[in-house]
Design a protein around this ligand. Structure first.
Ligand SMILES: NC(=O)c1ccc[n+]([C@@H]2O[C@H](COP(=O)([O-])OP(=O)(O)OC[C@H]3O[C@@H](n4cnc5c(N)ncnc54)[C@H](OP(=O)(O)O)[C@@H]3O)[C@@H](O)[C@H]2O)c1
Length: 349
């Protein structure tokens, strides 16, 4: 068994980590950390548990520690991080001196030699780890997963960019409130309403997606060279981001072929049969009114994205559009980190 710790264990993503790691065949939770106001308390006493399933018995009595490496048990091997970005900038590097850090925070996503990875999309970026360790003289390292809306979009685009010549992409998101964290969006701002702005979200989607779909030459990442424009919106849904995607190709359009490539898409986690890997990363919905967040966010334990309404776009030649739903705190956050850690465990540890 590999012992793991969770930073930000009491938050939206931290709770998902706890749910996903319960009964994991390779990882066992031995340390939980949060802010100084929670440190010293039993996990059950410090946490506003928001998930449908009960809090696992195994974590209720764990005493939370402060978020620094000296407070962590020495027996921890992997640290899952779901802390605010400002804190992650400094503290994740401190942890990386000794631990493998699998992070959800955006602090280090676009840094040289720090892999930003979706295992089905760009597992080869893990090759950066050797350079990262040499450059910093660390025994551990940092690996990151993308922003929640980026993960779902990029998974859906991978079979498209691998098989067709993409000219441009536009995406309009309808994002769940859990994406902003437990205290993120006040109920008075979102009930009976929609907020057409999420700070830095459009920039993250535009840069991270091109980075993930680019290529790594052993030293640098060369981002994909098509144009991408995102418009991001918060909607009164608890979990599950919905995205309307518009793709312009340089090739002649064949909708059946596109659907076939998406439906049959598989990546390295499926080949390696990793524990958290969905059988089908992309599920095609045929009903005219799907996907919907309430009905489709939990597809394959929340690790698959659902794509529907795949159709020709009449406005621009050789263009098509579709709608996707992905679970933002599972595939878009904790599940993404756990899958990264499973790949690292298989390939590196
Ligand atoms: N929610 C999503 O869908 C999502 C998706 C992708 C990435 N992310 C990223 O994941 C991270 C966590 O997001 P979240 O939604 O889980 O946020 P959250 O619900 O607000 O939880 C934040 C966690 O960080 C801890 N924390 C806050 N201030 C701290 C400090 N000064 N020192 C140590 N710990 C501190 C909190 O502990 P206390 O309870 O003690 O305050 C809590 O455990 C963020 O970087 C976010 O951008 C979130």
């Amino acid at each position: 068994m590999i012992n793991v710790g969770i930073l930000g264990a009491t938050g939206m993503v931290g709770q998902r980590f706890i749910q996903l790691l319960e009964n994991h065949p390779d990882f066992e939770i031995t340390a939980l950390a949060a802010s100084f106001k929670s440190a010293g308390k039993r996990y059950e006493d410090a946490t506003n548990w928001y998930l449908d399933n009960e809090m696992p018995e195994s974590v209720k009595d764990i005493k939370l520690v402060e978020t620094n490496p000296s407070a962590m048990n020495n027996d921890v091997d992997i640290v899952f991080s779901s802390i605010p970005t400002e804190l992650a900038f400094k503290i994740e590097k401190e942890f990386a001196k000794d631990y493998v850090v699998a992070s959800n925070a955006s602090a280090h996503r676009m840094k040289k030699n720090i892999p930003l990875v979706i295992p089905e999309v760009n597992p080869e970026y893990l090759d950066m780890i050797e350079n990262q360790q040499k450059e910093n003289n660390w025994d551990g390292f940092i690996v990151t997963n993308p922003n929640c809306s980026t993960i779902a979009l990029t998974l859906s685009l991978k079979p498209i960019v691998d098989n067709f010549n993409v000219n441009s992409i536009r995406v309009s998101t309808m994002q769940a409130v859990s994406g902003a964290g437990y205290n993120g969006v006040p109920s008075m701002a979102i009930v009976d309403n929609l907020v057409p702005y999420i700070g830095n979200e459009e920039e993250k989607m535009e840069t991270e997606t091109l980075h993930l779909l680019g290529n790594y030459d052993g030293k640098n990442v060369h981002p994909a060279d098509f144009k991408l424009s995102a418009s991001c919106h918060r909607v009164p849904v608890i979990d599950g981001h919905t995205e309307a995607v518009f793709v312009e190709l340089d090739d002649d359009l064949n909708i059946e072929d596109i659907e076939d490539k998406m439906a049959n898409f598989k990546g390295l986690p499926q080949k390696l049969n990793l524990f958290s890997a969905p059988k089908n990363p992309i599920i095609i919905k045929k009903e005219e009114d799907r996907p919907q967040p309430r009905m489709d966010r939990n597809a394959e334990n929340g690790m698959s994205i659902s794509v529907g309404r795949l159709r020709k776009d009449q406005a621009i030649d050789n263009s098509f559009k579709y709608v996707l739903v992905g679970h933002n705190t599972i595939r878009g956050a904790a599940g993404a980190s756990v899958l990264n850690a499973e790949l690292i465990n298989d390939k590196i540890l």
